[in-house]
Design a protein around this ligand. Structure first.
Ligand SMILES: Nc1nc2c(ncn2[C@@H]2O[C@H](COP(=O)(O)OP(=O)(O)OP(=O)(O)O)[C@@H](O)[C@H]2O)c(=O)[nH]1
Ligand SMILES: [Mg+2]
Length: 300
């Protein structure tokens, strides 16, 4: 064993990028455990969330963030951008995630947000599994790496885990020498109540149409563990009675499916049987009301 082997490194790695680029998928697959919800709709992640990976020699504290976007029209959008931008403060390295062969105006916006960062930026070009014509990738990599000085470029697939261990190895080299900040068995800073509400919201996002997911939020109201079961009840807040009717569905069918699927995810997370009750309630205009947002857990 060399002297280096006895050292321990610990630090924060922010994962930044436009909505839908694959940040949360990357976090889950780096950790080997699902703690952040994902979907094919943009603005799935609404909160800064830590994912902690501890090995013998290092502890990487990944920071998953909402996608940076240019839509500032309501209080929720402004909150998302604030939460993402503030996640850059105090980190040791940034993973800047873009999508292979797909550069958009929102990537340009992320680039401008990164301008003031002084920590190393590692550019990860995601979703390379989707590229059929591989030779087109090299010029793309060359082109985007000229947009900003970066420490290294990694073509990756968060979904198939291609190049993820290489990426993690490189990130571990950017960490400062430090004792671990979290205990080795802790994988996130978020409570079980928070993760439960997120798993319910994930089902709602995945199963409802284009607009409705942005008009709802979920709050865990009751969470009690007994010997053989966890009893949970949660409220799905929507903005209008018509939205409530859609979430419930004909004869309650939509809400039933959402409850069944969410319960499976919650049971696999908590490794216990779960009894889940869902209620749908209306809170008019909550997504554009700073005070309501704070009450519903949107605080930095
Ligand atoms: N083909 C392919 N799809 C991917 C990959 N990574 C993520 N996806 C898909 O891209 C979509 C968005 O993934 P998310 O992880 O939710 O993206 P995000 O960047 O966290 O999005 P926001 O939270 O909305 O900012 C999902 O449908 C993922 O399955 C990848 O490497 N390859
Ligand atoms: Mg996300």
């Amino acid at each position: 064993m060399t002297k280096d082997d006895e050292l321990h490194y610990c630090g924060y790695v922010a994962i930044i990028g436009r909505p839908n680029v694959g940040k949360s998928t990357l976090l889950n697959h780096l950790l080997g455990q699902k703690i952040s919800i994902t979907s094919d709709k943009p603005q799935t992640t609404r909160h800064r969330l830590l994912g902690i990976k501890t090995t013998e020699h290092y502890q990487i504290i990944y920071v998953d963030t909402p996608g940076l976007h240019q839509d500032h029209h309501n209080a929720m959008n402004r909150y998302l951008n604030r939460a993402a931008a503030s996640s850059l403060e105090g980190v040791d390295v940034i993973v800047w995630l873009v999508e292979a062969l797909r550069w958009t105006a929102e990537d340009e916006y992320v680039l401008s947000t990164l301008a003031s960062s002084t920590v190393p930026v590692i550019l990860a070009v995601n979703k390379v599994d989707k590229i059929k014509d591989k030779p087109t990738l090299l010029p793309y990599l060359q082109e985007i790496s000229t947009k900003r000085s970066v420490a290294e470029v990694f073509p990756i697939s968060a979904l198939t885990k291609k190049n993820l261990s290489e990426l993690e190895h490189r990130l571990s080299q950017c960490l400062p020498l430090a004792v671990p900040l979290f205990s080795a068995d802790q994988i996130t800073d978020r409570s079980e109540r928070f993760l439960v509400a997120e798993l319910i919201r994930e089902q709602l996002i995945r199963r409802l149409g284009a607009e409705l997911p942005y008009r709802l939020t979920v709050q865990t109201e009751f969470f009690e563990t007994s010997t053989d079961l966890i009893q949970i009840s949660a409220i799905i807040w929507v903005e209008r009675p018509g939205q409530k009717a859609i979430v419930i569905g004909k004869q309650g069918r939509m809400l039933k499916i959402i409850g069944q699927e969410a319960r499976k995810g919650i049971e696999s997370l908590l490794e216990q049987h779960v009894f889940l009750q869902l209620w749908v309630k209306v809170k008019a205009g909550w997504s554009d009301d700073e005070r309501a947002l704070r009450q519903l857990g949107y605080t930095e």
